[in-house]
Design a protein around this ligand. Structure first.
Ligand code: AMP
Length: 144
């Protein structure tokens, strides 16, 4: 069901896209929005989402919207690398609740990894300090 359902306009990311909920924005263009995860698994955990689509997951999105999405993912991955100098970066995406998906608007995670630091829980950790998120956002935006 969560893999093959209908799109729910009330999901959190749809609310962010409508401006009904705030986000720590990193980048926006005609097709995509990138912002910081507020329950980050690591410092600089970034999310990239497509705009103007009703795609719950990778199965739903038209390929014409997929290319701009991945273009923004690469752009943000490079900016995170330059700004935060992690030791590795995980780029991942979940389809359906059993796969780990908790928000049903297609999104790609960019998760920096730092040697010796364990990864926080997926969608289950604590909320980040907003001052810290804003400081990280300033660094990443400067590297875009
Ligand atoms: P997934 O579990 O792959 O669907 O990922 C959803 C992600 O959204 C998780 O990493 C959550 O921490 C994150 N998240 C949930 N609510 C918000 C929010 N309001 N702003 C930013 N990130 C959020």
């Amino acid at each position: 069901m969560s893999l093959n359902g209908t799109y729910d306009d009330d999901n959190i990311f749809a609310k962010i896209l409508r401006g009904d909920m705030p986000c720590v924005k990193l980048y926006e263009d005609e097709h995509t929005l990138a912002f910081l995860d507020v329950f980050p698994q690591s410092k600089g955990h970034t999310l990239v989402i497509p705009k103007n689509v009703q795609a719950r997951n990778l199965l739903d999105i038209d390929e014409s919207a997929l290319a701009p999405l991945m273009h923004t993912v690469q752009r943000l991955t490079r900016a995170v690398n330059t700004a935060l100098m992690p030791d590795g970066i995980v780029v991942t995406q979940f389809n359906g609740a059993p796969a780990g998906q908790t928000v049903f608007h297609l999104h790609v995670h960019i998760i920096p990894r730092y040697e010796g630091e364990t990864l926080g829980a997926h969608a289950g950790g604590g909320m980040a300090d907003m001052d810290e998120l804003n400081a990280l956002a300033a660094k990443i935006k400067a590297a875009l």
